[in-house]
Design a protein around this ligand. Sequence first.
Ligand SMILES: [Zn+2]
Length: 64
Amino acid sequence: MPDQEVRCSCCRRLLFKIEDGALCGALSIKCPRCRALNTLRPFRAPSTERVQRQSDEGTSHEHR
Ligand SMILES: [Zn+2]
C-alpha cells in the first residue's frame, strides 16, 4: 500500500506519512512550525462527504 503524506493545512509542512487505510479514527496533530492544529479523518471518508463535494463542483461547473 502506498504511504500517504500528511501535510499541515496551514503551511504545508510534512507532518508524517501514514499507510493508506491505517487511520481508522479522527486524529489531531499540532504543526511544529506554525502550531496550527490539524484534524485528520480517515482517508476513506464517509460517502456522504464525497457526494457533497462532487455535487458542489458539479453545480459550480454548470454555472459557468
Ligand atoms: Zn503548519
